[in-house]
Design a binder for this molecule. Structure first.
Ligand SMILES: Nc1ncnc2c1ncn2[C@@H]1O[C@H](COP(=O)(O)OP(=O)(O)O)[C@@H](O)[C@H]1O
Ligand SMILES: [Mg+2]
Length: 304
């Protein structure tokens, strides 16, 4: 099978995407596939037309690529691909829309407010509705970019003004004190729960990508019942958005109850990333889990 791994592009998460893509490409070569690698530029359609792969494995994090735009192009070109389709990718990339679907599907998620135009008035109302602290977040970023924990009502107005100026659409979420956790979904099963213990205030960009700044504990320190609940919630979140093949669901677990923050439709796949670490806890090597994700997609497209 001829597989083309596409990574890079020009999103804010370009560097991580390259690492994910190169790791997956190496794994696929070890597994015996015929592998091509492309760093996405504006001429990507031309490149793919020349390579003519049986399937594309997109490892693009952020926009464009994880948001359904790349998937739409592949649909037009008639090329099968790994992972979620156009709609699920777009819904997952926009957390304001994800939360609408979560609420309609019984996925537990922190309370939130999407502020209207009058931020001065919102700064007065929001603490009454959500309490303090709150978390101010851009609708469509990843890697904790733009995520701000606001502790006092006085800091809320400036934080919202800055977020609107830098990112456009944003929302304010209830702060959940608890265990930061993430659960990957592969095929139709949830992997073991991974607990993240940031040595910084929260799991920010630095903590995510600097070795040693976060402690990973897998399986997470949860009871079997709490683990089952977190895994069920991850599957429910994945399915509610219509995701396919693989994803990773970020959550905070407070007193055993999972609060889903978001679904990542193209989660990090570097050798140090969360999904491969969860697979390892299940006894699966990096190569084995990559193979499983690819085969899940290939079967779905009827090319295996
Ligand atoms: N409501 C919340 N309560 C407490 N911490 C939060 C909350 N939302 C986000 N965080 C912290 O910020 C991190 C990033 O938030 P997340 O919604 O997953 O956005 P991103 O797409 O940037 O990863 C989380 O892993 C967590 O550490
Ligand atoms: Mg996240």
């Amino acid at each position: 099978m001829k597989v083309c791994v596409v990574y890079g592009g020009w999103s804010r998460e370009r560097e991580v995407s390259i690492r994910s893509g190169k790791n997956v490409a190496s794994a696929l070569r070890r597994l015996g596939y015929e592998v091509y690698e492309v760093d996405m530029q504006r001429d990507i359609a031309l490149k793919l037309h020349e390579i003519n792969p049986d399937i594309v494995f997109p490892l693009l994090h952020g926009r464009p690529g994880e948001d359904g735009t790349f998937q739409g192009m592949l649909e037009i070109m008639g090329i099968p691909y790994v992972g979620s389709g156009v709609l699920a990718s777009a819904l997952a990339m926009d957390k304001i829309y994800s939360k609408k679907i979560f609420l309609a599907s019984g996925v537990n998620t922190p309370s939130h407010v999407v502020p209207g135009p009058d931020l001065m008035k919102e700064a007065e109302e929001i603490p009454k509705r959500l309490g303090m602290p709150v978390v101010v977040k851009p609708a469509c970023e990843g890697s904790s970019i733009g995520v701000k924990i606001v502790k006092t009502p006085e800091e809320l107005y400036p934080a919202m003004v800055e977020t609107r100026r830098n990112f456009g659409r944003f929302y304010v979420e209830e702060y959940i004190q608890g265990m930061t956790a993430t659960v990957a979904v592969v095929g139709s099963r949830a992997l073991p729960v991974l607990e993240l213990v940031p040595k910084r205030e929260f799991y920010d960009y630095e903590a995510k990508y600097t070795k040693g700044l976060t402690e990973f504990i897998v399986p997470a320190r949860l009871s079997p019942e709490e683990t089952r609940r977190a895994q069920e919630m991850a599957l429910l979140a994945h399915n509610s958005l219509g995701c396919q093949d693989f994803s990773r669901v970020d959550m905070i677990i407070r007193l055993g109850e999972p609060y889903v923050l978001e679904v990542n439709t193209i989660p990090g796949m570097t050798d140090l990333s969360d999904l491969p670490a969860e697979a390892k806890a299940e006894g699966k090597s990096y190569d084995e889990i990559v193979d499983e994700i690819l085969k899940t997609a290939a079967r779905r497209w009827g090319i295996l």
